[in-house]
Ligand binder design. Structure first.
Ligand code: PLP
Length: 354
């Protein structure tokens, strides 16, 4: 019986595939003596703008910062309301709270993305922005609201159509993302004007080069994409299309071989499958049977934002669809290094045949 571990991601194997390119880019940066900004960062920024189909993009220190700086750039301030979906990583809400704004949590659709009608219904005169989250690679519908839309595309690089549906789009390049760095990183994409504002906000509010004196306009801080992380990302860039194609193949294999009592979460055809997520009745039992044969699955997400203790001071409306999903969602291992027989082993374990 094969009990080799099957992991959710295998970052060492991913590095091995792109080792030559990644290490050449990294060495170039180290030897250049140019560690902040520079050509690698600029190249990575233009790749992101090209992939998302936006005028411009800027590298920042993380996906969380990408959200905070985007909200700040469109004018969100303390006390403003920002609408977001109940099913997402905590950072989506954390970014809103970091500005002293109020997270207004709304329910999701069956595919886990924000219900656009719920978002519309939650709009008040205090609403200053809406954040659709392109969850697991599914592109959320753009709500019909008359305030800025900030796309949380932390999980949607490589998905089609482009996740850039609103004024600004936040991307994460956290190591486990499909296009992941060797540390924290992120991007904001959008119009030249708004991206320029984000660039300035992420550089202490400075608008011109080397202005150490008076800072005019707005108060920013330090949030820049590191040149070394940009180098790592450039090394992986050429492999992204192939890796996404492989993720799609693996997802199709899961779809075909899952036991009858387990169904995949609805997945759009263009999803880059950041996570392959299923709904399972007895999740604890499924997790136990996989763990017993060294297969590592993960729960995304064990609770909705409404049930997050850190957000308990805010009034919340009911989010029954998200609640039900949180009881049953399970993310199965998916990364380009998995073999077909790994997928078959996972399906056999879920069927109790291992
Ligand atoms: C949906 C979502 N939003 C925001 C973030 C935050 O990104 P980061 O970890 O790069 O700060 C993540 C990533 O983990 C995420 O999955």
């Amino acid at each position: 019986m094969n009990h080799e571990p099957i992991r959710p991601v295998d970052l060492a194997a991913r590095h091995l595939q792109a080792q030559e390119e990644v290490e050449a880019h990294v060495l170039e940066v180290l030897r250049s003596g140019h560690y902040i900004g520079g050509t690698k960062v600029a190249k990575a920024e233009s790749l992101v703008a090209e992939w998302l189909g936006t005028e411009d993009a800027v590298g920042v220190a993380s996906g969380t910062d990408a959200l905070i700086l985007s909200l700040q750039a469109v004018g969100v301030q303390a006390g403003d309301e920002v609408i977001l979906p109940a099913l997402t990583f905590f950072a989506t809400a954390g970014a809103v709270c970091a500005l002293g704004a109020v997270p207004v949590v709304v329910d999701v659709l069956d595919d886990g993305t924000m219900n656009p009608n719920a978002a519309k219904a939650a709009q008040t005169s205090q609403t200053r922005a809406v954040i659709p989250v392109h969850l697991f690679g599914n592109i959320a519908q753009r709500p019909n609201v008359d305030v800025p839309v900030i796309d949380d595309a932390a999980q949607a690089i490589g998905s089609t159509p482009s996740p850039a549906t609103g004024q600004l789009t936040a991307v994460s390049t956290y190591p486990t993302k499909t296009w992941g760095a060797a540390g924290d990183g992120g991007f904001v994409a959008g119009s030249v004007e708004l991206v320029q504002r984000v660039r300035s906000l992420g550089n202490h509010g400075i608008t011109g080069p080397h202005q150490h004196g008076r800072v005019q306009g707005w108060v920013g801080r330090n949030s820049r994409l590191d040149a070394l992380q940009a180098a790592v990302l450039l090394g992986h860039a050429a492999y992204l299309t192939g890796r996404i194609a492989r993720r799609k193949q693996l997802a199709a294999r899961y779809d075909a071989h899952l036991p009858a009592h387990i169904s995949p979460l609805p997945r759009q055809i263009g999803s880059a499958v950041h996570q392959y997520v299923v709904r399972v009745g007895n999740r604890d039992e499924a997790l136990r049977s996989m763990q017993s044969v060294n297969i590592h699955a993960s729960v995304y997400y064990p609770c909705t934002l409404v049930n997050q203790p850190a957000l308990s001071q805010y009034p919340h409306r009911p989010t029954p669809v998200a609640e039900a999903l949180c009881q049953s969602l399970l993310a199965l291992p998916i990364h380009a290094g998995l073999t077909d027989s790994d997928v078959d082993r996972v399906c056999a374990a879920l069927a109790g045949r291992s």
